[in-house]
Design a protein around this ligand. Structure first.
Ligand code: 6R9
Length: 574
């Protein structure tokens, strides 16, 4: 099994050296961008790669659940995104207008994304699993002009279109002979004449590019507005953190409906000229391993929720496949429990590298690098060019003492930082304090500068005046062989104000019982401080999760407190 390849810039320098001398102009130079010039993500990810002599290199191997497959070279990306761009322009869509992508992970989603950006319009990707109400809220908020969708999702758009007078065009990518209605238009990528040359709109660094609605673990969904300059961060973090090398076959599990699927499922890999694979299907361990084996996947970017599912299936199924090409693993989206890192070492002979970031940061900000020693359970250290700290919750001053938890904060100004929330200035302003951007999460920093995640701000439990993060409790629970997933939340308590309650789902072969509850209690009693000890364990069939796979503790906590839960639109209802 091979090790991380580690690009030159990283091997040559220590972390300290790299950080001290870092400047984002490294990425500008590598991308051939001069400040003040036009910069367009759609062009950068396709035309530019062709100009570098990689026109015939495979950009995308695509496959779906039924075994349909397609292959696209970088030149196909260039020409087909031109074709989409021309079609969108011919409809009269102007630069700056929002065009929503509402599709499963079909090739049109990826090519449509680049094509929309080439016109100067703003790409607004939304999860195709959203129901009509969730869709309506986001299309209304963004005042969206057009939506690109599939026949199978058309009924949801039809249901709400009367409430969306400004939605001028509903573009259907697989209409075939079906009868279309008012405002609907068919775009068949295979039949539309290919557009060799398209005059890419000269967007500038600060021109709006992507509008991403946050995955909604708290409050109302917010539209995070990104700009074309974000590619500077996405390109370099993909190269350095995901260790992308010229011969890699890269797989990112994420759906472009959330930010990982665009920053590292489109922009990061393709701006690096990396070949990637996409599997348009849900989770299935056997299928996933078979897919990785067949495509000889080398770099894999996944998420704790998927890793936990794989852990549940065991290592037996891993052994049935030849995954010897796999050389680098990374994870994002939720805290990566030490248990999962240790399991991955056992299962794949490699540890997952945890990476921390958000829709608002646009790129990985705190992370484990190739070549950097991993401390299982830690998120690693700030990416060079990112000034991070944990702040005191009252003074908003950085905490300098190691091991004390505070608010994760970043100094504004990196290229892919969100530029605002769409139509919500107050919400955006509230994210800044004392010159820092607040992530809404808590962590502590150890003596080596490694960050240890504690929990989201709203998930922290205040018991007897002490703050306890759900992460350490859940990590301890996960070490018990019966526990598949868990969520630790606050429960009201007359004496301690709050106490910890844990919701637990069990692995196959285990049944809820009083004995098991006692056994799990005993297990965590040994592992945790008395404060962090859950006072109650409730066995449940499933935990509430966002569509991007995050456990939404808020829902469980609100039930305990008998409070309204607020916006639930991104929560999976199955
Ligand atoms: C990329 C993405 C952001 C929130 C973030 C935090 C949680 C993400 C994490 C992590 C612990 C990690 N999060 N990565 N928590 N360790 N490595 O997920 O964006 O959907 O906006 O979510 O996800 O709570 O604030 P987004």
């Amino acid at each position: 099994m091979s090790n991380p390849a580690v690009c030159e810039e990283l091997t040559a320098k220590s972390y300290e050296e790299l950080t001290a001398n870092f400047d984002w102009s490294i990425a500008e130079r590598q991308l051939g961008y001069q400040p003040g010039e036009a910069i367009n993500i759609g062009w950068m990810c396709s035309d530019r790669i062709c100009h570098l002599g990689m026109a015939d290199k495979v950009a995308l191997y695509w496959e779906d659940f039924q075994g349909n497959h397609q292959q696209f070279r970088f030149d196909d990306l260039r020409v087909l995104s031109n074709t989409v761009a021309q079609f969108v322009c011919d409809l009269g869509i102007q630069p700056g207008e929002r065009v929503c992508l509402f599709m499963d992970r079909v090739p049109e989603l990826y090519l449509g994304f680049l094509g929309i950006l080439k016109t100067g319009a703003v790409a607004q990707p939304l999860f195709s699993a959203f129901g009509d109400e969730s869709l309506l809220v986001r299309l209304q908020n963004a005042n969206t002009s057009a939506i690109v969708t599939q026949k199978k999702h058309l009924h949801k758009v039809r249901k709400i279109r009367e409430q969306l007078p400004n939605l001028r065009h509903i573009i259907v990518v697989d209409a075939g002979d079906s009868a279309l209605q008012a405002r609907e238009v068919s775009f068949d990528m295979k039949r539309t004449p290919r557009v060799e040359d398209f005059a890419v709109y000269p967007t500038m660094a600060e021109s709006a590019s992507v509008l991403h609605y946050t995955s909604g673990t708290t409050g109302q969904p917010k539209g995070a507005q990104h700009v074309h300059y974000s590619i500077i961060s996405q390109y370099l973090t993909a190269k350095w953190v995901l260790d992308l090398q010229p011969d890699d076959i890269y797989w990112c599990n994420a759906d472009p409906g959330w930010v990982t699927g665009t920053s590292y499922g489109i922009i990061g890999p393709w701006s690096n000229g990396t070949t990637q694979v996409v599997l348009d299907s849900g989770f299935n361990a056997e299928r996933w391993y078979e897919f990785m084996e067949r495509h000889r996947v080398t770099v894999w970017y996944s998420a704790p929720t998927a890793i936990r599912l794989l852990m549940k299936e065991g290592t037996e199924v891993v052994r049935r496949h030849d995954l010897s090409n796999l050389r680098y693993l990374a994870s994002v989206g939720e805290p990566l429990n030490a248990e999962a890192v240790i399991w991955s070492q056992e299962a794949f002979g490699k540890m997952f590298h945890d990476t921390f970031w958000q829709t608002e940061t646009g790129c990985i900000v705190i992370t484990n690098f190739p070549g950097m020693p991993i401390k299982p359970g830690s998120m690693g250290r700030p990416f060079p060019g990112i000034t991070a700290a944990v702040l005191n919750t009252k003074t908003y001053e950085p905490i300098t003492e190691p091991g004390i938890a505070g608010l994760i904060a970043l100094r504004p100004g990196w290229p892919s930082q969100v530029r605002g929330y769409w139509d919500n200035e107050a919400g955006f302003k509230a994210k800044f304090k004392n010159g820092w951007y607040l992530c809404g999460d808590r962590a502590s920093i150890d003596g080596d500068g490694y960050y240890w995640f504690m929990g989201r701000d709203d998930d922290v439990i205040n018991t007897g005046g002490h703050l306890v993060g759900p992460f350490e409790i859940e990590s301890a629970l996960l070490e018990h062989p019966a526990v598949y997933e868990s969520a630790a939340v606050a429960k009201p308590d007359p004496v301690n104000m709050e106490v910890v309650k844990a919701f637990v789902t069990l692995k196959r072969g285990y049944e809820p019982s009083d004995d098991l509850e006692l056994e799990i209690m005993n297990h965590i009693r040994k592992r945790l401080s008395p404060l962090a000890m859950p006072q109650a364990i409730e066995f449940v069939d499933s935990l509430p999760k966002t569509r991007s796979g995050k456990i939404v503790r808020r829902v469980l906590r609100c039930k305990e407190f008998n409070e309204p839960v607020g916006d639930l639109s991104t929560i999976m209802d199955d």
